[in-house]
Design a protein around this ligand. Structure first.
Ligand code: FAD
Length: 485
């Protein structure tokens, strides 16, 4: 006999609101909900709020996100769990759920406390209060919450190194052990909350998500995590800056969508500390960067638009569309910059070293506002994370907290020579440079005419001249920051 048949009166119902935490293991809100449901002998149901703001134009970031959501929904179905999708404005969605689900008393969700998402969460909390729905929210997407790590005087850190020291000393949260057998057993037997929303998602929205992602979902994430930790972690410190090697974990899309939890990634690396030595320590420090930028975004909620350093809020950026387009398309005439942008456009991911180089180039060589680059990355990155992206851009543009000083401008040619010495990565993403001799791969415009012909790469026809002169642009950038412009 099912649990349902034993009930005399309408059971108390508990919702789990999934957002960017698509997993059934080690998920804070889900864990707490299920424990309560079992304790109170209630029922639970899962929903995802599909916001119309994200469904008109499907960029790469949302294509990946919705396909990950769909994959997760399918794996839930495989375990007998229905993830309800409800489309509409936030409060309309909540009203709809309340009308449909009798006995709904409580909702569990994982916090998203930075930037515009915190506004949505606040609106939701107010609605729950008004409608007497009890809510419980948890820190889940980060190892330490923004308020957890403060200076002795109670203020927040602005510089990463002391923050990371304090972060390193703090006890790390354990993983949540979810009773997976209870998930289907205690699930409320409901008709879809809003069938039209589910049809819209399944038939319209997914139809418009046309990219072919090879490695979606928990199984691939687990494989990638284990392979990286077993085979590459020990070399991470030495290889993480070489774009052509598999030197970094590439777990960022899974962390962004919540297919993997940061706790799982942390404990996996920490368990190998002895064997992987400085590789493990360097890797764990990157997870601290993720928390650091989240904390910074939490304390500077308008930093998507506004430079954190006040004195750089009115720099005289260049608004040339032509240059911006060259950067977007990877046609700047600087091979390492072009390779990075084309990797982003083709794959939805870019190596960290290249994110730094391309962001520096846009701001310091083209003098285009970092906000435009941040927005472009938002559309294209499958691991787009508001806080890390804003943090990375403000760092590269020298306008953020603990940013690269404005007078230390990356030289794109030297960066290329250093991190892609024989041009293997460049040749992969900029095929017109494929046969260019190693001697010229970072400065193809210096090729003699005969070499251009031999390598099938005529400068100005097959590959552009450098769009700007780096040393001139560097001086101008420094002058702009100094206010000598
Ligand atoms: P690994 O080197 O394997 O690192 C492991 C994890 O640590 C990453 O998955 C990520 O979660 C975290 N991490 C590593 N470096 C950083 C960092 N500098 N800041 C914050 N977290 C870090 N990261 C994003 O997740 N989303 C973004 O939208 C994003 N935008 C960026 C924009 C710019 C301009 C720059 C310079 C960096 C940006 N980063 C962003 C940080 C970093 O480039 C990526 O996290 C990293 O390249 C992801 O690849 P990985 O998983 O192989 O990283």
């Amino acid at each position: 006999m099912t649990k349902q048949n034993n009930k005399q009166k309408a059971p108390e119902r508990f919702a789990v609101w999934f957002r960017s935490d698509f997993r059934l293991k080690d998920q804070a809100a889900l864990y707490h909900a299920i424990e309560t449901v079992k304790h109170k002998d209630g029922e639970w149901f899962a929903f995802f709020h599909l916001d119309p703001a994200f469904t008109d134009e499907i960029d790469t970031h949302h294509d990946y996100f919705f396909q990950t959501l769909n994959h997760f929904r399918d794996s839930c179905s495989g375990k007998g769990i229905h993830l309800h999708i409800v489309y509409g404005e936030l409060t309309d969605t909540l009203e709809r759920i309340r009308d449909h689900v009798s006995g709904w008393s409580t909702v569990y969700f994982n916090r998203d406390d930075a930037g515009r998402n915190s506004v949505r969460d606040q609106k939701a909390r107010e609605w729950f209060d008004e409608h007497s729905i009890e809510y419980f929210d948890y820190e889940d997407a980060h190892i330490h919450a923004p308020e957890e790590i403060k200076k002795q005087d109670g203020s927040h850190y602005k510089v990463f190194t002391p923050y990371s020291k304090a972060w390193g000393k703090k006890h790390k949260p354990d993983m949540y052990n979810i009773d997976e057998d209870a998930l289907a057993e205690y699930q409320a037997d409901l008709q879809p909350i809003h069938k039209q929303s589910e049809t819209f998602f399944e038939e319209d929205l997914l139809d418009r998500c046309s990219m072919n992602w090879q490695a979606l979902g928990a199984c691939h994430a687990k494989d990638r995590l284990e392979t990286f930790m077993d085979e590459r972690l020990a070399y991470y410190k030495d290889e993480r800056d070489i774009p052509e090697r598999a030197g970094t974990s590439r777990l960022s899309p899974y962390l962004k969508t919540g297919v993997l939890s940061p706790r799982q990634v942390f404990h996996s690396a920490a368990a190998r500390r002895e064997d992987a030595g400085s590789g493990a320590e360097t890797y764990i420090n990157e997870l601290a960067w993720r928390d650091f930028y989240y904390m910074i975004h939490y304390f500077y909620p308008d930093s998507k638009q506004k430079e954190i350093t006040d004195k750089y809020q009115s720099l005289d950026w260049n608004d040339s569309d032509e240059r911006f387009q060259m950067w977007i398309e990877g046609r700047t005439g600087y091979p390492i910059v072009d390779a990075g942008m084309r990797q982003l456009n083709e794959t939805g991911w870019m190596h960290n070293r290249l994110r730094m180089i391309t962001a520096s180039f846009l701001t310091k060589d083209f003098h285009i506002a970092w906000r435009k680059g941040e927005e472009y990355f938002q559309k294209k990155l499958i691991d787009y994370d508001q806080s890390s992206n804003i943090g990375g851009w403000q760092w590269a543009a020298s306008v953020g907290t603990d940013a690269v000083p404005y007078f230390r401008v990356f030289n794109p040619t030297t960066q290329g020579k250093r991190f892609d010495p024989d041009g293997t990565f460049i040749r992969k993403y900029v095929p017109e440079l494929k046969n260019v001799p190693a001697k010229y791969i970072h400065e193809p415009s210096k090729m003699p005419e005969g070499t251009q012909e031999e390598s099938g790469c005529i400068i100005g026809r097959n590959y552009p001249e450098p769009a700007v002169d780096h040393s001139t642009q560097r001086k101008k950038a420094i002058a702009m920051f100094k206010g000598d412009d």
